[in-house]
Design a protein around this ligand. Structure first.
Ligand code: COA
Length: 333
């Protein structure tokens, strides 16, 4: 029974921000030994957006945050907490959350960064729900901003074709009972963490040896291990939140997965037994933007009219850590 009492927790507004600069597969053909055909066939990616050399990442976060607050119809002063998800902060201190809190004027908000790699937005959504459920906070701004181009080895064809930069933001707050987040699944397997690494201030000899070129502070990944984990985990985490919401796949309007590789998404859809038409894919446009993929894709899906009030949607992410997280949301707008 749906009542107008606001005891649910959901997404009140969304925003996204992508840098202007576009790097196409044919641009990459001039940089490393690769081809448009290989990249499209193995990943689905056609282009990605990149920050300019001296452009701070927080600029994208601020832009996405302002759009999300406007979409939610709330002011920066009404935000109680800013959570920024990123694995590529401009500074280790101050946190990206403090930088963005200051720039948007959310002067009543606490602020912290959360790093769960590509699962970051989904982890933050879970954290936000707990604070709002307990009544401790009312409005929480999540800003997922990622500048992967800054930690990619542009001489390593196995990784440099995969990633891009961008930001997505969401205001989370109270919604009508029966709407909003219905179920959550979240997990990690740190014993598999060595499969995707980005060293920061320390690195062991094994990680140093994996990096062929001078710059060692770059992404290294065992693509096929991550691929298998991703297909398995995305199917499991989607099924779990659908079952926990007492629904079946037929009740789901749209699945919005982390956008790492179209073959991973297709593999997970096949394993789940859902038609690809029920799965939102935009990896061809932006590549993998880590934690920003899901809020950007969700924002696009809403803008395209693919999600309306009462629709059941599943958001599902996986990534470094290794981590995974998913949520079943009954759309409330
Ligand atoms: N262009 C051309 N050839 C390339 C290439 C590129 N950009 N990158 C790798 N290759 C080559 C490899 O060197 C290898 O050549 P070899 O057979 O002569 O050794 C061949 O292509 C196959 O490589 P492989 O790694 O087996 O390809 P794959 O089909 O597994 O695809 C990934 C590689 C990285 C696209 C895929 O494993 C993947 O997407 N993994 C998951 C990555 C991911 O999502 N990470 C982020 C998680 S959040």
């Amino acid at each position: 029974m749906v009542s107008s009492e606001k005891t649910g927790v959901g997404i009140l507004g969304l925003g996204k921000s992508l840098p202007e600069k576009v790097l196409t597969n044919s641009d990459l053909e001039k940089m490393v030994d690769t081809s448009d055909e290989w990249i499209v066939k193995r990943t689905g990616i056609q282009k990605r957006r990149l920050l300019e050399k001296n452009q701070p990442l927080y600029e994208l976060g601020v832009d996405a945050a302002n759009k999300a607050m406007a979409d939610a119809g709330i002011t920066a002063e009404e935000i109680d907490l800013v959570i920024v998800t990123t694995e590529t902060p401009d500074y280790l201190a101050p946190s990206m959350a403090c930088i963005i809190q200051g720039k948007i004027g959310a002067k009543n908000a606490a602020a912290f960064d959360l790093n769960a790699a590509c699962s970051g937005f989904m982890y933050a959504l879970t954290v936000a729900k707990q604070f709002i459920d307990t009544g401790f906070y009312k409005h929480i701004l999540i800003v997922a901003c990622e500048g992967l181009s800054r930690v990619v080895d542009w001489k390593d064809r196995a990784t440099c074709v995969l990633f891009g930069d961008g930001a997505g933001a969401a205001v989370v707050g109270p919604v009508e009972q029966g709407y909003g987040i219905q179920a959550i699944e979240m997990g990690a397997d740190g014993t598999m963490g060595h499969n995707i690494t980005i060293p920061c201030l320390y690195m062991n000899e094994e990680d140093a040896a994996k990096r062929e070129h001078e710059n060692k502070n770059v992404i290294w990944m065992d693509g096929s291990e991550v691929f298998k984990f991703a297909v398995r985990t995305m199917a499991y985490a989607s099924e779990k939140v659908i079952a926990d919401s007492n629904l079946t796949l037929d009740d789901i309007k749209l699945i919005i997965p982390h956008q790492a590789n179209s073959r991973i998404i297709e593999g997970a859809a096949k394993r789940l037994g859902v038609p690809e038409s029920k799965v939102y894919i935009n990896v061809q446009e932006y590549g993998n933007i880590s934690s920003a993929c899901i809020p950007i894709a969700l924002n696009e899906a809403v803008e395209k009219g693919l999600v309306s009030k009462g629709d059941n949607i599943v958001l599902v992410g996986f990534g470094g850590g290794l981590t995974w997280a998913s949520s079943m949301i009954r759309w409330s707008k």
